[in-house]
Design a protein around this ligand. Structure first.
Ligand SMILES: Nc1nc2c(ncn2[C@@H]2O[C@H](COP(=O)(O)OP(=O)(O)OP(=O)(O)O)[C@@H](O)[C@H]2O)c(=O)[nH]1
Ligand SMILES: [Ca+2]
Length: 495
């Protein structure tokens, strides 16, 4: 018996081995998991930056974008970190003193220096794209237009950023990059499924862009843009109507109602009780107004509101010309447009105006009714109801709402049925809808033509799976040790 106990005490060599194996096993599993986690854990987040200046006809805005450095080609990764609105008018308004155009940008560029970390300044690309205001200025006076661009270039070159150029972008680019922006932010490009059309209403031009099928296109090459993004092909219809932004459309509508020499204009697009003295030159000082320009500009008139939405729409309709359509179908001014394919996102002034008028979720009929009511409200009442709103904007909402109605229905041919496919938007996931983000993504090659290879599992899934497999191995190991144990004990007892 004593011998047997002694053997039992002496023989557990196997238990020492088992303990050793267990310790080694656990250590190995812990080492394996730790190595895998450390090796694959996302690096400390580093960000990159890009700056785009949107030099619009009414104002300039500086957009600062930010994205994780190692995920440049991942859709939805770039977001707007900051927007700085430049004080004063758009750069095209500095035609009488071009050097001030550049100066106007300094405050926002100083702000940009604070928002982008100093160590990233030198590698941060900086672009300026000018739109319809500068397109009009280049038509009026190419020399002054070059001076304005030279002036902004001088100031942008003096910043610590990597200046990449200041240029007037084309109407097609403006439309197509707006479309890329909203579909990128909506994360629709990688999925390759349905996309959203883009409707942009600026001060001097307006753009309509939507994906269409091959059959619809080919009629008009100048309205076609093709892209291959993340392995998907897109054929876009796009058109930019110069002079049909909301400020130029207002001038056109007013000019068409005004008769030079008359001392007053009774305007149905302004609320009753509104009355402002204007100089004819303020209406006709635009290359958008061709006919009826007075030889002398000294005349003035009193702009009097009449507040009648349906008469206002009639006046607006007259600024859309109908020279005949040389294609299978047209929008207005003889411009080709295939059947509209929604859904659509409508931004810029489409949003400012419809949001103010509380018309972002009404039917077409409901919108018409509300417009009738808004326009027929006396001006003093409107001012009382909205004391904090800039008077210039407030006075123009009756015109602007009716212009949007007319542009979308008479112009682009939206109907009661298709009206609901339009969403009025300002931002998507914190970034403004507009052409600037798409422009930067394109110039920095951040949207690849082919879908980038990605690991089959996301990082979190990979770590979980690894832990799970290790746990299973460990449990199996424990079971085998346990089943080995009694056998050893029995053997000891036999001996
Ligand atoms: N009601 C209202 N109107 C605004 C606001 N901000 C800008 N606008 C006006 O809306 C119109 C369009 O503005 P933007 O989209 O900035 O136009 P833009 O880019 O300067 O002009 P384009 O060069 O034609 O694109 C202009 O008439 C602006 O004066 C706002 O906050 N409220
Ligand atoms: Ca614009």
């Amino acid at each position: 018996m004593a011998e047997q106990r002694e053997m039992k005490e002496k023989n557990p060599w196997h238990s020492a081995v088992v303990i050793l194996i267990t310790v080694l096993g656990i250590t190995a599993i812990v080492a394996l998991v730790t190595t895998a986690v450390l090796q694959n854990k996302p690096l400390l987040q580093k960000y990159k930056y890009g700056i785009v200046l949107d030099a619009g006809s009414s104002h300039t805005a500086v957009y600062i974008y930010e994205w994780p450095a190692e995920k440049e080609n991942d859709t939805g990764r770039v977001h707007q970190k900051h927007i700085c609105k430049v004080l004063g008018p758009g750069i095209s308004s500095y035609s009488h003193s071009p050097e001030l155009a550049g100066e106007s940008l300094r405050t926002c560029m100083k702000q940009a220096e604070r928002f982008v970390p100093i160590r990233r300044h030198r590698e941060t690309p900086l672009y300026l794209g000018a739109t319809a205001g500068m397109r009009l200025l280049s038509m009026e006076n190419q020399n002054v237009c070059d001076q304005v661009l030279g002036s902004v270039e001088k100031v942008l070159r003096s910043t610590p950023f990597s200046y990449q150029g200041a240029r007037i972008i084309s109407g097609q680019e403006e439309g197509a990059f707006g479309w890329i922006t909203i579909n990128y932010l909506d994360d629709r490009l990688k999925q390759g499924s349905g996309t959203t059309g883009a409707l942009d209403l600026g001060g001097a031009s307006t753009q309509i862009t939507f994906a269409t099928n091959q059959e619809g296109m080919g009629e008009s090459a100048e309205n076609t843009v093709t892209f291959r993004l993340y392995g998907n092909d897109y054929i876009l219809y796009t058109h930019s109507f110069l002079c049909y932004g909301k400020d130029q459309a207002l001038k056109k509508t007013l000019a068409q109602q005004a008769q030079v020499g008359n001392s007053s204009v009774l305007d149905p697009c302004f609320n009753e009780g509104y009355s402002v003295d204007r100089n004819y030159s303020s209406v006709y000082s635009s290359p958008c107004i061709m006919a009826g320009k007075p030889l002398e500009t000294g005349y003035s008139f009193t702009h009097i509101g009449k507040g009648d939405a349906s008469q206002c729409q009639q006046a607006i309709r007259r600024i859309f010309t109908n020279p005949g359509c040389n294609f299978s179908r047209c929008s207005f001014n003889g411009v080709y447009q295939p059947p509209i394919q929604g859904p659509f996102g409508a931004f810029s002034a489409f949003y400012f105006v419809m949001n103010f008028l509380n018309l972002t979720s009404d039917s077409l009929e409901g919108t018409r009714e509300k417009m009738e009511r808004y326009c027929s409200t006396p001006w003093h009442q409107i001012k009382q109801q909205h004391p904090g709103v800039k008077e210039k904007y407030l006075a123009e909402y009756c015109f602007s709402g009716n212009y949007i109605l007319s542009l979308l229905t008479d112009g682009y041919k939206f109907t009661s049925e298709t009206w609901s496919t339009i969403t009025f938007i300002k931002k998507i996931s914190g970034s403004d809808a507009g052409w600037t983000l798409g422009y930067m993504l394109n110039l920095t090659n951040m949207i690849p033509a082919e879908a980038p290879d990605s690991p089959p599992l996301p990082h979190a899934g990979y770590v979980t799976l690894l832990l799970f497999i290790s746990l299973v191995i460990f449990v199996i190991f424990l079971f085998s040790v346990k089943s080995l144990w009694p056998r050893c004990t029995t053997q000891t007892q036999i001996i």
